[in-house]
Write a protein that binds this ligand. Structure first.
Ligand code: AMP
Length: 447
């Protein structure tokens, strides 16, 4: 009998499995170079069971034999239909868990029979019980049901930095929740939790899809709303553009041969600026910020009581999310762990502790400094040419690249001097200069 205990993040959109081996936390690949398993199951053309990417790919075309977001139904005494059969929610979750168990077994070369599985802090007893049952159906003894914010705090090692209060802000593909936690030694206590079970990165994609539909209607007089295949492709393209906008100021939502009009192919190529995108999602982000304040109020705390903000969930890579949180809480959110993986990492750490190991550390390579450039802007009420513009914030995992748009100051300006600094001071000249170059030969254009 093997004594492996794996940690599993059984998410609404995606799931991951991790283990501590030789004192290191490893998130186990589900395919070459991929550590995230979409939480989607389905039946293929030949009735074979599909789990993960394959099921996600067929979802748009065969929703009747695919099931996603089953986590939202956990604990309900209902069934969902997949093909001609009915399944209890825990049976569907078990298919995902069984796949993760098989992936772990293949990776470790040994049987795996025990797991720590995470659930949202707000999960009721019935929902926790259903999660346990799902584990059992998948052949896993669930040795602990762990709250997701607790897992995140374990991964971020927040509890080892002394007693403190933190906010865990978790924005995934389809759910949002925020928890206020008290950290003390090995104990992570969830003081309050608030959220929206139907808000996440998928809604951001949808905004971009609507924007593209609108564009097609206006420029091509095309209505694609009733074409599932076109919508599925738009959705993919929208997600790709959204992800690109996390690192670049512009992205192109593009799809060749999207559909046909009067027998001719229609290509989509629609440029979107980060600024326009941020406007599209501003209300959603506003809602999450409101939830942060509600959770704080429920915990009986003020912003000033919080010493850390931990980011969880893929959608927290959105710079606008980080910026709004920083403005609101006056703390730079911690984002040095992969936000998709940190809950699974925390679950694996808890599993290691249960099996008697010392709590391992998560090693990440981060930049210890903030890097940025300078630009002409307003500083203490006056225009000043050396305003610091941070581009890569300290504690960002490396390698990383960031781009930003700047403008010339004078009409017909021929060259631009670009300075690179390291530091935090709003006056760039108080930071350490680490490089300087000239961009020359600009075309004659207005400022
Ligand atoms: P999760 O459920 O935590 O795996 O988060 C999945 C969500 O994160 C999806 O909506 C993804 O499109 C989104 N996501 C992943 N990477 C990024 C990124 N770099 N910028 C913005 N959103 C992202």
């Amino acid at each position: 009998m093997s004594e492996w205990i794996v940690g599993i993040d059984l998410g609404t959109t995606n799931s991951e499995v991790a283990v501590v081996r030789a004192g290191q936390v490893e998130v186990i690949p589900v395919a070459v170079g991929v550590r995230i398993l979409p939480s989607v199951v389905g039946l293929g053309d030949d009735d074979s069971l599909l789990v993960g990417e394959a099921a996600r790919n067929q979802y748009a075309l065969h929703p009747e034999r695919s099931v996603r977001s089953i986590k939202r139904r956990m604990g309900e005494s209902t069934t969902v239909q997949m093909g001609s059969q009915e399944f209890a929610p825990q049976e569907i979750s078990a298919m995902i868990l069984r796949r993760l168990r098989e992936i772990a077994e293949a990776h470790l070369g040994e049987a795996v029979s025990k797991a720590v599985i995470t659930v949202p802090a707000y999960f009721s007893d019935a929902q926790r019980q259903a999660t346990r049952e799902a584990g059992e159906i998948a052949g896993l003894d669930v040795v602990r049901i762990l709250n997701e914010p607790t897992a995140a705090a374990l991964a971020y090692e927040s509890s080892r930095r002394g007693a403190r209060k933190a906010i865990v802000y978790d924005l995934g593909g389809g759910t949002f929740d925020v928890s206020v936690v008290n950290l003390e030694g090995d104990v992570v206590e969830v003081l309050a939790s608030h959220g929206n079970n139907h808000l996440g990165g998928d809604d951001f994609d949808q905004k971009l899809v609507e924007h593209a539909i609108e564009h097609l209607a206006q420029t091509q007089q095309l209505d694609v709303r009733q074409q599932p295949l076109v919508l599925a492709r738009l959705q993919r393209a929208a997600e790709a553009a959204k992800i690109a906008l996390s690192a670049q100021p512009f992205a192109t939502l593009s799809e060749e041969y999207l559909c046909e009009k009067d027998g001719l192919p229609v290509h989509l190529s629609l440029e979107i600026s980060r600024r326009a995108y941020e406007e599209m999602i501003a209300d959603y982000i506003g809602e999450t910020i409101e939830a942060v304040h509600i959770a704080l109020r429920d915990a009986g705390l003020a912003v000033a009581d919080i010493s850390e903000v931990l980011l969880v969930g893929g959608a927290t890579r959105t710079p606008f999310v980080q910026r709004r949180l920083e403005e609101e809480l006056r703390l730079q959110p911690r984002a040095e762990l992969d936000p998709d993986l940190c809950v699974a990492m925390g679950a694996a750490i808890q599993a290691a502790v249960i099996s008697g190991a010392q709590a391992p550390s998560v090693l990440v390579d981060v930049t210890p400094y903030t890097f940025g450039t300078s630009a002409l802007d307003e500083y203490e009420g006056e225009m000043y040419p050396y305003c610091y513009v941070p581009l890569i914030r300290k504690n960002t995992p490396i390698p990383v690249s960031r781009s930003e748009v700047f403008h010339t100051v004078h009409d017909g300006q021929k060259k631009v001097e670009v300075n690179v600094y390291q530091g935090e001071d709003p006056d760039a000249l108080n930071n350490i200069s680490i490089g300087r170059f000239l961009v020359e030969g600009l075309r004659d254009a207005p400022a």
